[in-house]
Write a protein that binds this ligand. Sequence first.
Ligand code: PNW
Length: 455
Amino acid sequence: DRFPFPDDFGRFPDGFIWGAATASYQIEGAVTAGGRGASIWDTFSHTPEKVADGHTGDVACDHYHRYAEDVRLMADLGLKAYRFSIAWPRIQPTGAGPVNPDGLDFYDRLVDELLDQGIAPYATLYHWDLPQPLEDLGGWTNRDTAFRFADYALAVHDRLGDRVRTWTTLNEPWVSAFLGYCSGVHAPGRHSPAEGFRAAHHLLLGHGLAVSALRSAGAAELALTLNLGTVLGKDEEAVARVDALLNRQFLDPALRGRYPAEVLEIAARHGGLEHIGDGDLAVIHQPIELLGVNYYCPTTVSRSPGEPANPAYPGTEDIRFEPPTGPVTAMGWPIEPAGLESLLVRLSRDYPEVGLLITENGAAFDDEVRDDRVPDPDRIHYLDGHLRAAHAAITAGVDLRGYLVWSLLDNFEWAYGYHKRFGIVYVDFTTQRRLPKDSALWYREVIKRNGLQGE
Ligand code: PNW
């Protein structure tokens, strides 16, 4: 095996945060309950041809009605933390104006249930379900959306801030901006590189405004979650350009108060830089306690003259995104735990002031129920390998606070609908029955032991 360790290998630091993550639109369903307004994902999933087989989040895991059962399941697995997101259109159905108390009531009940079971709530304020009325005004390409987001964040904190310690502003702004507004494979399904860069900037501005508002309101721990990937390849310029677009476009403004030169140069050629106001970077660059790391796989690139730009990465003309050569998950994503270790080590070297939390890591496989069990050895192997990589990073001195597996439940996997199962708990979408997969039972033992089994 690649990781030959002695029997006592793999104990994690005391207090290591073991948990699981979900997102509102992917699990809640109940899209009109309690006065919820429409989000861009309702519109997008109900538009023909956008999501595989016309799947929508209308019902999803029906978590809105089954949250108490789901929290009991988390307690049975021994989770110490649960990362969920709040659906903005439940709180402000039009994205602005007075709060909808019924919407806040749902999260209030969820948080109380979690605390009753001794599970720490980790709230994410934006995991992609923008209120549709804000999209009608331009969505994240409209600077005003950043200010609306900070208002909303404050309203949620007002209600839950006495019980929720850790607040994450955004989940994966790269995905929101470049899959939503540039490649168009996510809501709202627009196809404009210029809009991608504008959206990215306004998302970052919304992050900064929300952090300073929540800080003044007394929030204990503030975070930003990014989808970060190790970029591999022999051509240094190609690697640096893709790393700038994917990783440093968000890391550097939030943690250093500046954009990478490559990003400014590419954005200048795709719509210009007029949307970046004087003083914006100072607003974006707010101290935060935690950087949430979502890691699934590395990206390998090479130089390839004549190659058109990748639709999600404007400015990558002449760069080829290499297809994986080794083992892959059901998403076709390569399985490469070493990429997580090098990413964590690099983040801790380049951004030493911020603590790290793995807010997502996991894999989709073609799971099946057999004799009332779901054997998923590939997922166990994936998680085990990535936890070994995380442990190696800690040993190398990285300040890694915890690990939240993606995902607690099989759920609505965006443009792939219900076909891709990321859960450690199997969901039968006809009966809504939950069945912990073998990986969930394995994870329970990892948590109990605060570490991995030796070889
Ligand atoms: C993340 N990409 O999405 C999200 O935070 C989750 O909601 C999602 O279910 C999970 O990862 C698995 O996909 C991503 O194309 C979607 O680079 C796409 C990409 C990255 C992350």
